[in-house]
Design a protein around this ligand. Structure first.
Ligand SMILES: [Ca+2]
Ligand SMILES: [Ca+2]
Length: 213
């Protein structure tokens, strides 16, 4: 579900929302959704339920279907997740937390996305551009509000991976005071630059600018 909040267009393959698996990896995981008696399908262990391909699998209550629906609603509500600049914030050395920000150039609100691919809850200090500012939880489990520290890092505890808590989304409660840097390598409508703290890598271009190029 990283794909939904990362830059670019999220794409879901047929059957992923029903936990189809297949014998030959991704290419062979396109079973019929209507109940059928295809021998090579029948013994497949579908992810997330006890259903088999002998059952009707147009299932809107499937846990993956519901998770994707919820993620899509978050994506739809927050334009920064669709076209905002993406700024790398944090990554663990091994399994653990990966975090990045999405910032829409007009809205100028920092959306911090934190993911945890380990089996245990992980705590990390995520760099941001602002000190001592409240961030509000938009999606995922945790406190309703977290405040950035004096050194601008946001202390987050990210739950272990599961279909319902695949990412945490936090948003700054007021606009950042950003200016746009003009350069040959960074189009004027691309990555916003902070007026304080560290600047993002100039190679990090927004999805919007990428589509125009
Ligand atoms: Ca099979
Ligand atoms: Ca199963």
């Amino acid at each position: 579900m990283h794909l939904i909040v990362d830059r670019g267009h999220p794409v879901g393959d047929y059957g992923a929302e029903q936990g189809f698996t297949g014998d030959g990896g991704d290419k062979d995981a396109r079973e019929d959704m209507f109940a059928n008696a295809v021998p090579v399908y029948e013994d497949n262990d579908l992810i997330g339920t006890d259903a088999t391909t002998s059952d009707d699998n147009f299932d809107r209550r499937h846990p993956l279907y519901r998770a994707i629906r919820d993620f899509a609603a978050v994506y739809d509500r927050h334009p920064a997740l669709r076209s905002g600049a993406q700024i790398h914030r944090y990554s663990s050395d091994g399994p653990g937390v990966y975090a990045f920000s999405r910032i829409d150039r007009d809205e100028r609100i920092d959306y911090v996305v934190a993911l945890n691919n380990s089996e245990q809850a992980q705590t990390a200090s995520i760099p941001t551009y602002v000190a001592k500012r409240p961030f509000q939880r938009v999606y995922g489990q945790g406190a309703d509000q977290v405040r950035s520290a004096a050194n601008t890092t946001l202390p987050l505890t990210v739950p272990p991976r599961s279909t319902r808590t695949t990412f945490l989304l936090w948003t700054l409660l007021r606009k950042l005071d950003l200016r746009l840097k003009k350069s040959r390598s960074t189009p004027p409508n691309a990555t916003p630059k902070p007026t304080r703290s560290s600047a993002p890598n100039s190679s990090q271009r927004s999805a919007r600018s990428r589509r125009r190029s």
